[in-house]
Design a protein around this ligand. Structure first.
Ligand code: MRU
Length: 351
């Protein structure tokens, strides 16, 4: 199978499959400097928590190469400043902060005062390549753990895009669905269009087509009716940040799906790497929710879909309280409630 790998590093240049152009055009954008990488994250040419993390890691490596200081201490100070800019690109996906911190830890660990910054620069490229490789391996592991939760017969609903495009390759929630199919299980797949940015319609439906897994696209608001009719066997989504107690931030509309799933007695699963778990937060109340431009709601690709000047609110994410989550699949296995214990164990065993 031709794997979808949305991020490629070649000779000091980052090549991104432009996710704003899919599904109609498959265009590669070349990113030559860290500020361009930040812009690509901000304008959603690359999106999805793990993919943002991988891009951020390369952004730190590029920032290092853009610095010409030969003094180690000055170099590290300027690199930390660039790291701060990279972290500010989007607020909710903690993989962004996780990746920058990991890169800075690597740079700072080269403590010999005689270390030439050029050695640090090379080491940072190696680390970014490693983060990208690890992400693919982690997704495949999540698939192997999560496939047991996929039904043989029946159906699965997924939201937003938690596929290869949102990661280095393979995907989180879509990876689990794919692993179930690769295991020979057969079930119907529904995916929501995911208003207003249409990650489900544009990206997930495109991926399922490439994978040869038949999927049915539904408007977000059809999910409740389908669940009530018994047409959905389970729901599986990705995550942008998971607090220590299992409260899960993910694409706006996830909370609605989770509540509907509970009301209808349907399991609700989350698939995410341990780099998405933020043990510094006791619960989801303090997860910063990105506010996106009003124009994403009032227009579609420049065409107005609401009266001129109308006020719109566009939160990019919501937080699903842990009580609605049946299990969280990570590379360390399938974590069940109480998540305060099982997530702590998952994070520790993944290190
Ligand atoms: O705004 P986006 O498209 O970056 O949001 C993406 C999501 O909400 C995904 O579900 C999440 O990042 C998990 S991706 C494996």
């Amino acid at each position: 199978m031709n794997e979808i790998r949305p991020i490629e590093w070649a000779n000091g240049t980052l090549r991104l499959l432009d996710q704003t152009r899919l599904p109609t055009e498959e265009v590669i954008v070349e990113v030559h400097g860290y500020r361009d990488a930040v812009a690509a994250i901000e304008n959603m040419q690359v999106r999805g928590a793990p993919a943002i993390g991988v891009t951020a890691a390369y952004a730190v490596a590029m920032a290092a190469h853009e610095l010409d200081s030969s003094d180690r201490a000055t170099f590290l100070r300027l690199l930390a400043e660039a790291g701060g800019e990279i972290k500010a690109a989007r607020p909710t996906a903690v993989n962004l902060m996780w990746a920058v911190d990991r890169m800075m830890t690597v740079a700072n660990a080269m403590t010999d005062p005689g270390t030439d910054p050029s050695e640090i620069k090379e080491r940072l490229v190696e680390e970014a390549v490693l983060i990208q490789k690890e992400d693919e391996a982690i997704n495949r592991l999540m698939g192997s753990h999560g496939k047991e939760l996929m039904p043989d017969g029946g159906s699965v609903l997924t939201h937003c895009n938690a596929g290869a495009l949102a990661t280095a390759a393979y995907g989180t929630a879509v990876g689990v669905i794919r692993a179930g199919w690769e295991d020979g299980k057969r079930f119907k797949v529904f995916n929501t269009e995911t208003r207003p940015f249409l990650q489900g319609a544009r990206l997930t439906a495109w991926e399922f087509k490439k994978l040869g897994i038949p999927s049915t696209l539904v408007v977000d608001s059809a999910a409740g009716m389908l669940m009530h009719r018994g047409e959905i066997g389970c729901v599986i989504t990705g995550a942008d940040r998971i607090a220590a107690n299992g409260d899960t931030a993910n694409k706006i509309g996830t909370y609605t799906l989770a509540v509907l799933a509970k009301e209808n007695g349907i399991p609700f699963y989350v698939a995410a790497p341990t780099s998405t778990i933020d043990l510094s937060l006791d619960n989801g109340d303090r997860i910063e929710i990105e506010q996106r431009p009003q124009s994403e709601v009032t227009e579609f690709r420049g065409i107005p879909v609401a009266p001129d000047g109308v006020e719109a609110l566009n939160p990019g994410f919501d937080v699903t309280p842990a009580r609605y989550v049946s299990a969280i699949i990570t590379e360390a296995g399938v974590a069940r409630p109480p998540f305060i214990e099982s997530l702590d164990l998952a994070v520790r065993s993944a290190r």
